[in-house]
Design a protein. Sequence first.
Length: 334
Amino acid sequence: MKHNKKLLTYAPETAKLMRSAASNFLKQLSSAQLKKAHFEFESNQERYEWNYTPVEREGLLKSDMNDQQVSSALEMMRTGYSVAGYDTATKIIKLENILGDWERIQGDLSRFNRDPERYWFSVFGDPNELDKPWSFRVGGHHIGLIATVLGNDVSILPLFFGANPSEIKHGENKGKKTLFEEEEWAREIVVTLPDGRRNQAIVDPVAPPDILSVNFRVVARSLTPDGIPFSQLENHSRDKLIRLIKHYIYRSTDELADNYWNTIDSQGFENTFFAWAGSTKPGEGHYYNIKHDRFLIEYDNTQNQANHIHSVFRDYTHDFGEDILADHYRNAHE
């Protein structure tokens, strides 16, 4: 089926807010900071690099900014998310202190410094050149935000959220959960399936140790197992699956999310599959994916006694704005 790229990517309000926020962020920086934060777009492969582990990366650290610069950096970050998405992102970042405390309580210190200041901000290209592509990236432990913009067209994928701990086990916030819907709504689907269909959905009794797409630049549709097709789900299960898909899509701005949802909803879900691996019991390791002919959703919760979530939304052709850029470069050479 031919995809309507214009419907998918045309987001003038989001593009305008991103341009303004990224330009303001760069204006706040010293020349030394700009060397760390600002890169060329066309010739720099760094913009494809992303990671959800707490490793070092290129960009300007939040801890190396003053308060005004931090404010402008976070405003740039905000332009990529819905209100709910940004709220989730800030909760994930705040978990770093809680994780550090928990590791000290358990006597199991990580080699990584658990610090909510260890998030990196980067801009590629010139946000003010409307006829040329540019992008920005926000990355750190369990946050992966990559926006690619060309004029009024925007891609916000890949889009990653993780949480460790997903449920806080100590202190005044004990019992609070992050990414609760991603876990519970998916479990509702699999446990309410009739036995035969549940067996079809559960592709392996053991969950993989991480999402299978990890941080690959390109994701192949054949990478992940199919599970049960949408066509074999009863209506109540279909409704639950659609609710979960929309939840992932609406991590991004409402304008972008509306575009994406309208695009796939018009296609239908005949080629959509839901696969589960591992236990269906809370507190035990599990994994799932939702595979459409356009996108891939992956979720894994196996580490740290199944209290450590990795989740991502990928698009087979739209990640890093590759379809936008392909059209741009093709038209430039006609």
